[in-house]
Design a protein around this ligand. Structure first.
Ligand code: ADP
Ligand code: ASP
Ligand code: MG
Length: 472
């Protein structure tokens, strides 16, 4: 039997924005062979709007009604341009149901120190439900058999409030039972991104930007032959083109390189998206919705080519904790305690350095996790003092072939020094896949451009053996 799912295709928030975006996505799907599962995000801006509305409700401020109203009019506005009477009437009543649930969830919110709350997650992910229903209706109107599916019926997580981790056996069972019969019947499932559920049935999310992760999880459990991430850039580039204008397309990237880039801020891929595909050896393609004829990037098992850096990236909003051990405790005890507590609180460790003479460890974390990180260390017994800097960024040079290539770190720090950029902390893993440095946030763009220049990444990157783009 051939693979029933040829590809999971995920469309991001800018791709489904407005009637033009939704129509373009519908054309891409209508032109695809059967056996595709679509995954959609909320239209760009919707999740922020819904979250702001829900947070106003928690704070007792007005804003909930405005957010519900603006979301309703954005989706109904697009639907009026794209749907004929019957599909439109059905869709509008679905919008009314979803916005009523949004109001109800937000009304149940109670203030909590971390802001974590199941109802908040359900409220925040209402946009995905609307995008899936709208796209399925547009496809049906074009004669494509399509059905909207809520991923909260498919993907199960442990429900951790800050970073829910998927439970694979449960997700596999539910996904196959629901999606395989649709695929076998030639129906295109249009699945919500971002949303999942706990084993107890409460709605959770996979974190901001998590629809990429939804797509690779679905691909791993179905399984699918490929994952295509459709977005607003041509693929994975040598740098974020918003910060480095001469960034170039990388036509192929290894799983390990993509994981490093995503972990260190390359927003085009969510940082948890690569592992599910990598462990099942499923290639991920990144493609531009506005230029579907372009090849894009393929992320797959690739052996490194000749030496050097391949891309630069950065976590713009990072915080740096300087942790000093209590007298006599020593670095090992301090490190054991700090990282044990960080693991329990699911704090993301971006970079670690140590000074054994002073019994100090420096840890960089995303700025959004700084308060939770400090909270996790409260009353730590081996910690004498903690100091936090919150206006820093982490810049990273990535390339599998840097391994064993002499002079990468020297070139990196030379280039930053020439720009007058002070390096606050540095780290290079023994895998030599990535070299990271902490800089002041005001220096982020300058640092990325200097690194891009010194590693000569601003000219077209050659491809060696990117597999052809055919859906088998
Ligand atoms: P979507 O809405 O499709 O999920 P995102 O905004 O999450 O899209 O991600 C796409 C953006 O990621 C691009 O517009 C680009 O600015 C940014 N980006 C950051 N680093 C990179 C990189 N190395 N290559 C490509 N895009 C990048
Ligand atoms: N809509 C969600 C967000 O904005 C998920 C996603 O777009 O991937 O974070
Ligand atoms: Mg995204």
């Amino acid at each position: 039997m051939g693979v029933p799912c040829r590809a999971v295709m995920k469309f991001g928030g800018t791709s489904v924005l407005g009637s033009q975006g939704t129509d373009r996505v519908a054309s891409i799907l209508a032109d695809s062979p059967v056996g595709v599962v679509a995954v959609v995000s909320a239209m760009a801006g919707t999740t922020d709007l819904l979250l702001r509305g829900a947070e106003s409700a928690v704070a007792g401020r007005p804003g909930l009604e405005a957010a519900a109203g603006a979301t309703r009019s954005a989706y109904v506005g697009v639907a009026k341009e794209l749907l004929a009477r019957r599909e439109l009437a059905d869709f509008v009543s679905r919008v009314d149901e979803v916005t009523a649930t949004y109001r109800a969830c937000s009304g149940q919110l109670a203030p909590t120190p971390s802001g974590a709350n199941r109802s908040l997650e359900a409220a925040a992910s209402a946009g995905e439900l609307l995008s899936a229903c709208l796209l399925a209706a547009v496809l049906r109107q074009r004669g494509v058999a399509a059905t909207a599916v809520d991923s909260a019926q498919l993907l199960v997580t442990d429900g951790h409030p800050l970073a829910a981790a998927p439970l694979m056996p449960e997700s596999l069972e539910r996904t196959r039972v629901r999606l395989l019969p649709l695929l076998q019947a030639g129906t295109l499932p249009v699945v919500t991104g971002f949303r999942a559920r706990t084993a107890g049935g409460e709605v959770t999310t996979l974190g901001r930007g998590g629809s990429d992760h939804s797509a690779t999880l679905l691909a791993a459990v179905l399984p699918a032959a490929e994952v295509w991430i459709w977005t607003d850039v041509d693929g994975l580039l040598t740098a974020d083109p918003r910060l480095v204008p001469d960034a170039q397309l990388l036509s192929e990237v290894s799983y390990a390189e993509a994981m490093e880039l995503a972990y260190f801020g390359a927003k085009v891929l969510h940082r948890s998206a690569v592992p599910p595909a990598a462990s099942a050896a499923i290639p991920i393609r990144i493609k531009n919705t506005m230029r579907p004829q372009e090849q894009g990037t393929v992320i797959h098992r690739r052996s490194p080519g000749p030496g050097g850096a391949r891309a630069v990236t950065g976590v713009a909003e990072a915080g740096l904790l300087t942790l000093t051990a209590s007298p006599g405790a020593g670095l090992n005890r301090l490190a054991g305690e700090v990282f044990g507590r960080f693991a329990d609180a699911r704090i993301t460790t971006l970079l670690v350095t140590q000074s054994s003479a002073e019994d100090v460890i420096c840890v960089a974390v995303p700025a959004g996790e700084l308060t939770a990180a400090r909270e996790a260390l409260r009353q730590a017994s081996y910690l004498r003092a903690q100091d936090a800097q919150d206006q820093v960024s982490v810049v990273v040079v990535v390339g599998e072939a840097m391994r064993g290539t002499a002079g990468i770190a020297g070139k990196m720090f030379g280039a930053l020094g020439e720009e007058g950029i002070n390096v606050v902390a540095i780290s290079q893993g023994s895998s030599e896949l990535a070299v990271a440095a902490v800089v002041q946030r005001r220096d982020l763009a300058g640092a990325l451009r200097a690194l891009h220049r010194v590693f000569e990444l601003g000219h077209p990157q050659t491809s060696r053996d990117a597999p052809p783009q055919v859906l088998r």
